[in-house]
Structure formats: structure tokens, C-alpha cells
Write a protein that binds this ligand. Structure first.
Ligand SMILES: NC(=O)c1ccc[n+]([C@@H]2O[C@H](COP(=O)([O-])OP(=O)(O)OC[C@H]3O[C@@H](n4cnc5c(N)ncnc54)[C@H](O)[C@@H]3O)[C@@H](O)[C@H]2O)c1
Length: 393
């Protein structure tokens, strides 16, 4: 089978943690050829380029030059959230297909522009919301759809990262961009996962969002303090009055036994569903401490192959790019894969509204910001005008 020739824009932590395994040591690697790379950081470019043998002339500091140089079928855009739109739109307009890590973009305006460009150019885009491939999510989706638990009423989701993720003083630093925690938030980095997972399971659209944010730990860090939220509690009202509290943060002490502590509870008329329950089923005790590893996400096999849903999710997007390019994708499937739900429009809408709620909120003592409710449809209309009808028909 012909390989998909990929240009990689951004070679930071998501590439270190996940995508280098996808590109070079997964069951998808035979159908991927990394033909060019681009990063504004010379250090990141050299590290990745030298590690994986990318020729000097195929290393770029500007994505426009990489795209112009040709020899590509697709582009993997791995830049920070606020820098997704421009390279994605440029790649699509150049006739290339695109794979993105979540979230599609940090603003709903950018997601709308990306979706519009996908439609205009008739290219393929896949967003790696890897939790959609988590077996827990998939099973929950199927059982909720067949009515096992009755009618959904309320739910609570939590996703809490260790402080080492957001702390720019931690050595080694988790994010390549030193100001990642300053420029992003637990909402864009984590709420996006849980909001997407909730909507993937239930198929419900968000109607109203309200957030409460806590800025207490990050501003106290030394020597580099971070002006940003430790924790955000986002309450979302979905269609049919279904509510979901999504609590996310990235300042859990580094002694926590999981890098990401996560849990979800959904309460129905005739049942209740608990997801993850904080642990993943692989607990080890070593001289360094007790650790729970998410081996379903990333699994290192004996032959050097890396598997798991963290790899399958972007891997299937690459496979879909191949099928799309060969004309093997039925229209119905294409329509579903390129729907606003699949392309993360409603997920970014929740996050954007949560940020808007905090931005217009009242700052109380002790760094607590209590946001006002934001109506999603009104927010969308104020942002993109009457084209909001496309998403709330
Ligand atoms: N880190 C993770 O585990 C993880 C998981 C899921 C999704 N994501 C998403 O992946 C994306 C990247 O996050 P990250 O954690 O790798 O961030 P990062 O800061 O570690 O890496 C981003 C890289 O992009 C480069 N960059 C910035 N602007 C650029 C430009 N204009 N052109 C080319 N390169 C540019 C930076 O120099 C850096 O090397 C974000 O959307 C993030 O939300 C990350």
C-alpha cells in the first residue's frame, strides 16, 4: 500500500508523548512517511530531525515554505491550540489533508473557519480526540444508545493532571513552549477532552455554560510564576435539561499516583454509570513510589511496537486519509466524519463559552473567579453571525 507522505508542523510534547510512536513504531507506521518537518524552535527542529533522520533541506521554520516545497499528501499540525487555524487552512487550500490533535482550535470562530475550508476545498480533516477510541468511552456510548440505563439526567466528570504538566519550573519541562500554561488553561487542555467524551457518549448539544475558576497555586510557583487557572469547574446545560459538571485542573501534587486522575459518573432514570474510577487497572510499586499507568492509552509491546487507543485514534485518521484519497470512503461515512460533532465544533463551543464566562466573571477573594452563564447559541451568533444556524438548526 502507498504511504501517506506527511509534513509535521510542531514537534513538541504531543509528538514526544504520542505521535513519534505513531509515525515510527506503530502498526500504522508502514503507511506513514514523515517527509518534512517544521518548527519555529530551532532546538525542537534539530532534535526531531536528527532523531528521525529528516534531511536538512526538508526542515523548515515556516509552514508556508514546507507546504510550498511539495512532495506531501497531508499535514499533521501539532502547534499550540491558538495556532492551529492558520497552518490547517493553508494546508487544506494547498490541496492537502490534515490531522490535528484535540482541540480543533481554541475558539469557535477558528473551528468554524476550519470547517468552512474543509467544505470549500473538499479535503479531509481528522481531529484526534483520542478518548473517543478509549474502550471505556466506546462501551458507554453503545450502552447509553441502547437505553440500558434509561434517560440521562445529570453527570459529573473530572480530569486532574499532576502539577509537573503545567509547571514551567519542572525539569524536564512537560510542554516545549515555556508559556504553555500561561497561554492555555485546564479548560482548553482538559475540559475539551471531557466535554467531547460526554457529547460523544450522549450525542447532546450544549445550550448554556458557566464556569468557576481558581487561580491559587500557579501564581505561587517559583521562580517562574504562572498567571493562569489551577482548576476550573464548568457546568454545562445540554439539550433536554441534562447537566454535566466538568472539573479539570493541572496542579495535583506530583505525588499523585496517576499522571491524569480521571473519573466520570452519569446518572439516569434507571441506572448509573461510573467511568475510569480514577485508575486504569495497572498499578506498580517501585523504589520511586506507587504509579498507575494508563496502559490502554499507550502500550509498549515486546517487539518495540507501541499500541493503545492513544495510537489507534490518530492512526485511524491516517488510514481514513488514505481511504479518502483513494476514493474508497462511502459518502455517508465521509459526511459523518466531517460533521460539526466529529470536527469538534460543539466541544470548542463549550470551552470558548467557559472562557467567556470566566472573562466576564467576578473576581472574589483568594483568586476565585465566578463566571456568569453564557448561552451557547447566542455566543455563537455573536461570534460568527447567522452562520450559527448551520450548527443549531
Ligand atoms: N502534550 C500532550 O500530551 C497533548 C495531548 C493531546 C493534545 N495535545 C495538543 O497538541 C498540541 C500541541 O501541544 P504540545 O503539548 O505539543 O505543545 P508544545 O508547546 O510542547 O509544542 C508545540 C510546538 O509547536 C511549535 N510551534 C509553535 N508555533 C509554531 C508555528 N507557527 N509553526 C511551527 N511550529 C510552531 C513550538 O515551537 C513547539 O515545539 C496542542 O493543540 C495541545 O492541546 C497535546
Amino acid at each position: 500500500m502507498e504511504k501517506i507522505r506527511i509534513g509535521v508542523v510542531g514537534t513538541g510534547s504531543v509528538v514526544r508523548e504520542i505521535y513519534r510512536h505513531l509515525y515510527f513504531s506503530s502498526r500504522y507506521s508502514d503507511s506513514i512517511s514523515v517527509e518534512a518537518i517544521c518548527d519555529t524552535s530551532a532546538e525542537a527542529l534539530t532534535r526531531f530531525g536528527d532523531d528521525w533522520g529528516v534531511p536538512q533541506k526538508r526542515r523548515f521554520s515556516r509552514y508556508e515554505e514546507m507546504i510550498e516545497c511539495g512532495g506531501l499528501d497531508a499535514v499533521a499540525v501539532n502547534t499550540p491550540d491558538s495556532l492551529h487555524r492558520a497552518p490547517v487552512v493553508a494546508a487544506l487550500e494547498a490541496g492537502l489533508d490534515v490531522v490535528l490533535p484535540k482541540p480543533t482550535a481554541d475558539t469557535v470562530q477558528d473551528v468554524h473557519e476550519i470547517i468552512r475550508t474543509v467544505r470549500q476545498t473538499e479535503r479531509f480533516l481528522g481531529v484526534d480526540y483520542h478518548k473517543r477510541e478509549d474502550p471505556v468511552t466506546k462501551e458507554a456510548r453503545a450502552r447509553v444508545a441502547d437505553g440500558t440505563y434509561g434517560t440521562l439526567q445529570c453527570s459529573v466528570f473530572q480530569m486532574l493532571d499532576k502539577l509537573l504538566v503545567s509547571d514551567p519550573n519542572h525539569d524536564p519541562r512537560f510542554f516545549s513552549s515555556p508559556d504553555f500554561a500561561q497561554k492555555n488553561s485546564p479548560v482548553s487542555f482538559l475540559t475539551s477532552h471531557m466535554a467531547d467524551t460526554f457529547m460523544y457518549i450522549t450525542g447532546l448539544r450544549p445550550l448554556e455554560v458557566r464556569a468557576v475558576g481558581y487561580r491559587q497555586k500557579l501564581p505561587s510557583l517559583e521562580p517562574i510564576a504562572v498567571t493562569g487557572y489551577d482548576l476550573v469547574d464548568t457546568t454545562v446545560m445540554f439539550e433536554y435539561g441534562v447537566t454535566c459538571h466538568i472539573i479539570t485542573g493541572w496542579t495535583l501534587p506530583n505525588t499523585a499516583d496517576c499522571l491524569t486522575v480521571q473519573t466520570g459518573r452519569l446518572i439516569f432514570t434507571d441506572g448509573m454509570l461510573d467511568l475510569w474510577e480514577n485508575h486504569y487497572g495497572f498499578r506498580e510499586v517501585t523504589a520511586l513510589g506507587i504509579e498507575n499507568r494508563n496502559v490502554l492509552f499507550r502500550n509498549f509491546e515486546r517487539d518495540g511496537v507501541v499500541s493503545g487507543y492513544g495510537i489507534d485514534s490518530p492512526g485511524k485518521i491516517i488510514e481514513n486519509i488514505g481511504r479518502f484519497r483513494r476514493g474508497e470512503m462511502p459518502d455517508g461515512e465521509l459526511e459523518s466524519l466531517l460533521s460539526p460533532f466529529s470536527l469538534g465544533l460543539y466541544t470548542t463551543l463549550v470551552c470558548d463559552c467557559a472562557h467567556a464566562s470566566l472573562a466576564s466573571g467576578v473576581e472574589h477573594e483568594r483568586g476565585v473567579v465566578i463566571g456568569a452563564p453564557v448561552e451557547t447559541r447566542q455566543f455563537l451568533t455573536e461570534t460568527i453571525g447567522n452562520e450559527s444556524d448551520l450548527y443549531f438548526a
